[in-house]
Design a protein around this ligand. Structure first.
Ligand code: FES
Length: 170
């Protein structure tokens, strides 16, 4: 159920409950499309097509408009991502200090490459990104919001192995 049942709410569908709450938080204002998409992506880790269509209807926008915004900004993901999203910095400082080797080690460990960026079990996504703003710690990688500095290929592999073990133990 939506928190604001008094708002014209077409979200009897349980699967859109979280989206409804986010829409209500922004009073379903079309001008708030970007923050709405940001919060929805935080929930789903990407923007499923069905959810984009639901947001469009709820805000009185065309699906093409929502898709246009979602695909315009690099921070929005249109494909599903893993539970742990790993960003390897490929800015100048990190590149010079061997970020490429970190990426290669993780790709090898997780069976990924530049095209297949998410593991089949949906646990990890590995992406190279430009400067993460912590150049003094180069080379840098983040796992979700956690920053790891002076990473080596071996350390990166150790981190993902640790996560996988914890996940399997749960
Ligand atoms: S170049 Fe990697 S954090 Fe800036």
């Amino acid at each position: 159920m939506c928190e604001k049942q008094n708002v014209a709410c077409d979200c009897g569908l349980r699967k859109f409950e979280k989206v409804c709450r986010i829409l209500d938080k922004y009073d379903r204002r079309p001008s708030k499309l970007v923050p709405i998409l940001q919060e929805v992506q935080h929930e789903y880790r990407y923007l499923p097509e069905q959810v984009q269509a639901f947001i469009a209807t709820s805000l009185g926008l065309s699906p093409a408009r929502v898709f246009g915004v979602a695909s315009f900004y690099a921070n929005f993901a249109l494909e599903p991502k893993g539970k742990y999203v790993i960003h390897i910095c490929d800015g100048t400082a990190c590149h010079v200090k061997g970020s490429e080797r970190i990426k290669e080690a993780l790709h090898k460990q997780l069976g990924l490459d530049d095209k297949k960026t998410t593991t089949s079990d949906m646990l990890f996504t590995v992406e190279a990104v430009s400067c993460l703003g912590a150049c003094g710690l180069a080379p840098v990688m983040t796992i979700n919001d956690e920053v790891h500095g002076q990473v080596t290929p071996a350390k990166a592999v150790e981190l993902v192995n640790g996560i996988r073990e914890r996940e399997q133990a749960e």
